[in-house]
Write a new protein. Structure first.
Length: 94
C-alpha cells in the first residue's frame, strides 16, 4: 500500500480528499508503453538511465509516456474535485 501512496504523491493525487482516484496510481503500476514508443538505455558516459523514444513523433523523453499522461489526467480530475467542493461550500454558505 505504501507504493500506491508514493505513486499517488508522484501523480499529485490527494488520496484523503479523493480516494475515488486510487485507480490512477494503480494504473501507473500496470502502464505499458503506448504503441510506437520504445524504451532504451542511455550510455553510461552520459549519465545512464532509461529513456523513451517515439520515432514517429520525433520525441525523446526521460519520463515514461504513460506516466506523463496519467499525471495530466490526475491534475484534471483533482481540479474537478476541488471545483466541485468549492461550489458545494459556496452553495452551503448561501
Amino acid at each position: 500500500m505504501l507504493e500506491l501512496h508514493n505513486l499517488a504523491i508522484y501523480l499529485g493525487v490527494p488520496l484523503r480528499m479523493a480516494p475515488e482516484l486510487l485507480w490512477l496510481p494503480s494504473a501507473l503500476l500496470a502502464a505499458d508503453l503506448p504503441l510506437g514508443w520504445y524504451e532504451a538505455e542511455a550510455a553510461a558516459g552520459s549519465g545512464g538511465g532509461t529513456y523513451y523514444h517515439c520515432p514517429s513523433l520525433g520525441c525523446v523523453q526521460w519520463e515514461h509516456p504513460a506516466h506523463a499522461h496519467l499525471r495530466g489526467v490526475a491534475l484534471f480530475l483533482v481540479e474537478e474535485i476541488k471545483e466541485a467542493a468549492r461550489t458545494e461550500a459556496a452553495a452551503a454558505a448561501a
